[in-house]
Write a protein that binds this ligand. Structure first.
Ligand SMILES: C[S@@+](CC[C@H](N)C(=O)[O-])C[C@H]1O[C@@H](n2cnc3c(N)ncnc32)[C@H](O)[C@@H]1O
Length: 154
């Protein structure tokens, strides 16, 4: 599982809850959370869910919605954040990893200030952001990224 997501979950939740992964890729984080007794659903373009459009889980009112390395692909960021909010219960948590605008491999146009403002605009609270360097050693990658991590509460 994404080690940073795992650390965040362990710092916020004292027991397993319910989660949704927006842009789940190969569903590795979904599978890992299920192993830890979470209810966890994932959606991805590859499995027919286009997050350019609204998405509402049958299990909306979730404890956590997370989305890793997808936000930079989404043009209508307000609509994406509405999807996050619509699937969360009140006080539920959002966790996003994306690439900061200072990332050399992926010009995202996303800064901490920008994401803080649109989260405020979409009614989120307890917003926290950080940017850090991370070496991507996946086959064929082998380069540094500037990761932007964002957490917030509905
Ligand atoms: C870099 S991968 C990240 C996968 C996974 N979140 C992870 O951390 O390993 C980006 C994923 O976003 C998905 N994606 C991109 N645009 C999307 C869209 N409009 N709707 C749904 N999924 C999308 C892609 O299909 C891909 O699986």
């Amino acid at each position: 599982m994404n080690q940073f997501l795992e650390k965040f979950i362990n710092s916020v939740f004292i027991r397993p809850g319910s989660a949704l992964d927006l842009g789940a890729g190969d569903f590795k984080d979904v599978k890992a959370l299920k192993k830890e007794c979470w209810f966890c659903e994932g959606v991805d373009l590859k499995t027919g869910a286009d997050l350019k459009k609204p998405y509402l889980s049958q299990n909306a009112s979730l404890d956590l919605v997370f989305s890793n390395y997808v936000f930079q692909f989404i043009k209508n960021k307000n609509q994406f954040l509405k999807t996050v909010s619509d699937n969360l219960k009140k006080d539920g948590w959002l966790f996003i990893h994306t690439f900061d605008d200072s990332d050399k491999a992926m010009k995202s146009g996303i800064s901490e200030e920008f994401i803080k403002q649109i989260l405020l605009d979409n009614g989120f609270k307890d917003i926290s952001t950080k940017v850090f360097d991370y070496f991507d050693d996946a086959p064929g990658h082998n380069h540094w990224h500037r990761i932007l991590e964002v957490t917030a509460q509905k």
